[in-house]
Design a protein around this ligand. Structure first.
Ligand SMILES: [Zn+2]
Length: 385
């Protein structure tokens, strides 16, 4: 089946990656049927994963981020022993990028519980929050917003068109094949000069983004720029430093009929995209070799209860050998993955253990070295790269 680029429409050549397994891992750490196939656009440097038919069922049943409680947030970082959660960091970055005391009508588009906008409303007086999601299951959370919110489900309220100062989108565009449609909807909601502000993953900083089946778009700076410039946006700012493993992007609604802004010079990502394909092609070999070399009486422990940890589990010949998952996110303690409890690193009961490190290879060694006592004698470690 031929595929075209979701951003620029150019046809792809051969894929740069096809997974060996018949099943693919999702961001909810579940497996769905079908191989992951990744393409790279020579024209706009967009990475793209094939849409598997089972994604429809996946979104209908499993794709629920943190519905359980208001405080159940994802751990962003631990700095000097203090936990920082994702919405907290996102709110801080947003407030540093856009003066929300002057651009007050802020719509969180596809907001779920809208934890970031909730934080912003608490910090900046006078914000008028607008909330939109396709489902009505988040209304109980919206009813308790710190400032009175307007909301809509299924589609944005037509009365909002041309009224909104800032449209926010956190981790949505990577899931959506029909990007031009979304950009058109967002643009119609904005006042002239209004901001579209969004965050999407950066696979060049976090290799896991390359391999998850529900991320059909893997943006580069160039493909983001192409997307915005050719869909009626200008003043494009793409920041790959403000948020770990992500692009923080803002652009303003250009007047109707305005010519696209002239493109800057972009770094060439083609070689790095191929390196990611090679990494994921060879990672399983290292995991199964480590498992085979670990004596049967040594417990296997996986560090990281997220996507990398679950990927490791899916590669093991005998996954029942895993006695524990270790994770610093307190919200995960007391949960289980395939029958293995998730515990704090300090609670690891075994003196002897073989620890498979399921963390972003870029930070894995630093994170492990910073945990007091984890690198105890008699413990072997496997790092993914
Ligand atoms: Zn393209």
């Amino acid at each position: 089946m031929s595929e075209n680029c979701n951003v620029c429409g150019a046809p792809f050549d051969a894929p740069i990656f096809e997974s060996a397994e018949a099943k693919s891992l999702t961001t909810m750490n579940t497996l769905i049927n079908g191989k992951t196939t990744v393409y790279f656009c020579a024209h706009c440097q967009h990475g793209q994963t094939n849409e598997l038919p089972d994604l429809v069922e996946f979104y209908a049943t499993e794709y629920e981020i943190n519905i359980d409680s208001e405080d159940d947030d994802q751990l962003y970082d631990v700095i000097d022993g203090k936990e920082i959660y994702r919405s907290e960091h996102q709110a801080r970055v947003l407030m540093s990028k856009i003066d929300l005391s002057r651009h007050r009508k802020v719509l969180d588009y596809g907001c779920a519980k809208a934890p970031t906008l909730r934080q912003v409303c608490g910090a900046v007086p006078g914000i008028e929050p607008y909330l939109y999601d396709v489902t009505d299951k988040y209304i109980p959370f919206w009813e308790t917003f710190p400032s009175k919110a307007q909301w809509a489900t299924h589609s944005p309220d037509p009365k909002w068109h041309g009224q909104i100062d800032v449209v926010l989108s956190f981790y949505a565009l990577e899931h959506i094949p029909h990007l031009a449609g979304i950009l058109g909807d967002v643009r119609a909601l904005l006042v002239d000069g209004g901001y579209f502000y969004f965050i999407v993953p950066d696979m060049y900083q976090n290799a896991a983004d390359f391999v998850v089946a529900d991320h059909v778009n893997h943006f580069s700076r160039q493909s983001l720029w192409h997307l915005l410039a050719n869909n009626g946006f200008t003043d494009i700012d793409i920041d790959d430093q403000a948020h770990a493993s992500a692009y923080v992007v803002s652009a303003r609604r250009a007047p109707d009929g305005a010519a696209p802004p002239a493109p800057p010079v972009f770094e060439d990502r083609a070689r790095q995209a191929l390196e990611l394909a090679e990494l994921w092609g060879s990672i399983k070999t290292g995991i199964t070799a480590f498992e085979a070399h670990t004596p049967a009486d040594v417990p296997l422990v996986i560090y990281g209860a997220g996507i990398y940890g679950n990927f490791i589990l899916s590669c093991l010949a005998n996954p029942e050998r895993v006695t524990h998952f270790l994770d610093q996110n307190a919200f995960l303690h007391g949960t289980e993955i395939s029958g293995a409890p998730v515990i704090a690193p300090a609670d690891l009961p075994h003196q002897k253990a073989a620890i498979l490190v399921g963390l972003n290879p870029r930070n894995a060694r630093r994170i492990i070295d910073e945990i007091p006592g984890l690198r105890a004698p008699g413990r072997d470690f496997l790092f993914l790269a």
